[in-house]
Design a protein. Sequence first.
Length: 172
Amino acid sequence: MDVDTNAGMVYGVGNAGRPQFPTFNRTGVSRTRTNDNKSQYNSLQMKIDRRFSNGLLVTNSYTLSRSMDYANENGGIATPIDFSKSWGRSNFDRTHNFVSTVIYELPWGPNKRWLSNGLLGRVVGGWQISNIFVAQSGVPLSITASGTLFISRLITNPKRGGRTAVNTTPSR
């Protein structure tokens, strides 16, 4: 997981909130690779197989799962000010996964109903027909933004119950 050690630590103040800005006037990204990443995966898995005497095999499996993490695929923390806001479903998480497979062994060839003897039976014997059906839920919606610091003209006024208003005072 990558962590930007120079990420703004105060919402809405731009470069002034970066730890390395006052001392070094640094506004760039300082990436640090760490193994402090955490992930969690839980699942319920079920499988049902049924073999029939005429060469038919049916397999059905279902997985109910949930995968949670801070950063996906060696990505960075989206909100370094508060790591807990980056905890969420993994971008590859699929809650429901159902797979059905059918295999049918064709009834000709050695020890089968048709063409059990002869050269032709040995050539065409042992063939199978199969199919796979997969039904999955979609991946979670990921909302992202650019990596630049957001300097807002929106001001939260605690006297108005925390409602947000637009700052109309020109900046200097």
